[in-house]
Each structure stands twice: as C-alpha cells, then as structure tokens.
Write a protein that binds this ligand. Sequence first.
Ligand SMILES: C[S@@+](CC[C@H](N)C(=O)[O-])C[C@H]1O[C@@H](n2cnc3c(N)ncnc32)[C@H](O)[C@@H]1O
Length: 340
Amino acid sequence: MAPEESAEAESLLPSFERRFLAARTLRSFPWQSLEEKLRDSSGPELLLNILQKTVKHPLCVKHPPSVKYARCFLSELIRKHEAVHTEPLDELYEALAEVLMAEEPTQCHRSYLLPSGDSVTLSESTAIISHGTTGLVTWDAALYLAEWAIENPAAFAHRTVLELGSGAGLTGLAICKTCCPSTYVFSDCHSCVLEQLRGNILLNGLSLEPDTTAPERHPGHNAHDAESPRVTVAQLDWDVVTAPELATFRPDVIIAADVLYCPETVVSLVRVLQRLSACLKDQQAPDAYIAFTVRSPETCWLFTSELGQAGIPWEAVPHHNQKLFPYEEHSDMAILKLML
Ligand SMILES: C[S@@+](CC[C@H](N)C(=O)[O-])C[C@H]1O[C@@H](n2cnc3c(N)ncnc32)[C@H](O)[C@@H]1O
C-alpha cells in the first residue's frame, strides 16, 4: 500500500472501531469509503485490520456485543469483500462461524473509548425498551453530556455530583473516570435499571459505597481509595422523594441526560429540582446541567416554561465540537445550565 493510501485506510479503522464497540447501527458505518479502498490489492489486509479492531478487539472478546449485531456486521464485511474479490477471506468466515455458534443473551455489551486511553463498558439490554423502562440502554444525550463533561472536568473535580435518571450509567462512569469528582451519586427509580447500573459500576472497576442513600455517613469507610470517587447508587423517584431525603445528598452539581421524553417526566423533573433548590438553601447553590435530544419543540417549550414557573433561571450551554463518541450526526442536542 502506498503511504498516503495507508494513512487513508487507517482513518477508516478508528471509525469502524468506535462504532462497532458502541454497537451503533450498521448504516452509520463508512461502508462507501470501505468499498472504495477494497478495490485495490490491499483490500484483504484492510479487512483483516478491521476484524482486529471490531469483532476481535480485546474489549469485544471480553465483553461481547449482541450476537445478532456481530453476525450482521460480519455478513456485511463478507458481502463487501466478495463484491470485489473472488477469493474468500477465511478469517471472516471463521469469525462468523464462531458468532453463529454463540447463544443470544438478553444482555449485550457496548464499549466507549475515552481520550485518556481508558474505556467505559456497559452491559445493556438488547431491546430499546424492556421491563417497562427506557433506562436499560444508553441514550445519545448521555454521550453528548459525557463529551461536554470530559471537555469541562473542572465543573466536576473534587465535587459531589448527583445524577438523576442515570439509566445504564454511561455519563457517570465517564465522569468518574475522567473528571475526579469526590463523590458520585447515581440514581434512578426503576429496580431493574438500578440492578444493571450497580453491575456496570463494578464492571468498570469502581467500588460501591455500602449505604446507597447517605455517603457522608461513612466518612471513614476504609475500602475507599482516595484517588477514586466515592460512588453510591440511590433509589430516587422524583415523584416520591422527600426534601429531607434530597438534602442528605448535599450535591455541588446535579446532572441528568435524556429525561425529558414526555410531559409527565418534564413536570416531575422540574418539581424535584425545585425541591432540591429549596432544601439546599443553607449551602452554595449547586450547578445543574440537563442534557437532552430535541425531539419535539413542545417538550422543550414545556420544560423551559415549567422552569420559569418554578422560578429557576437557565441558560443554554454552547454546543461543543468535541465528538468523542459515535451517535447520530443529525440529532439535535442541547444542555441547559440551571441556576438553582
Ligand atoms: C431515557 S432514559 C435515560 C437514561 C440515561 N440518563 C441515558 O441518557 O442514557 C430515562 C431514565 O430516567 C429514569 N426516570 C424516569 N422517570 C423517573 C422518575 N420519576 N424518577 C427517577 N428516575 C426516572 C428512567 O428510569 C430511565 O432510567
């Protein structure tokens, strides 16, 4: 391969790698660029490199994606290869045979590479909605908020962060691994989501404080490593949590991603923020960052008008350019900073 061709081919590799590890839809892969590269004689070499960066990636070998996803991806690679080369590539067929023998579990893994060289791996449901909740998979706003956090670590460093509606845990795990918070409280209302969340925290090498609602009651907990944040998981339902319960968290920063998906959750969220604001009057007001995908103008309007009625000022955080994670290019994302 000529040096300039080799450089071009190499830029395809990270693109395939990031998308495959995060199990993004197959149509989001740069297939057309791949087809162009496959026409030259070094096509098979490129495909073998792609195989190493995807199905054979050490993260995928340890924490595999869904069987169906790997099968469809390998079938597509084989199709692309056979469209231009007559000789079959054994390694692709061997990888496909291995995948065909595997059983399809209800959970799969997704991994995200962090700029530090570390990664976040999540066990998630293979279905977008299951057990009556949207919280068993990662949503794009979680990735968008994590990117913003990684660009702005000072907003979280040495602070207590309370996350509302944590879901699978992507944003919080990325913050814990890159932004040095002193305490991170993941929370959600759904028992299956909480169970999966605890598993994901442990999967990523963090330890969990034993008491899920009051980290400050364990100042001398000796299993804690001073380098990593104190991590807790709290069952916190915005509709039922009381002001005294909220006060025990004493957050410096409150975050939430993709929790504005219907009018009921918008209203519940604003009510809990209002209660948080009222019960934290004796400490410095926390910063709150709410990230969401703009799916309908009505929902955004409802959110800002509910904030107005609750007397919570807000401003839009400027869009960031840092695209670390693969998500829909065309989705319209926003982060609002609230002054509680
Ligand atoms: C669309 S998911 C987003 C999960 C995660 N933040 C993400 O972006 O990937 C919405 C989450 O909000 C949680 N949620 C919805 N209503 C809630 C409530 N009233 N109290 C607490 N959590 C709630 C759900 O259980 C779910 O995990």
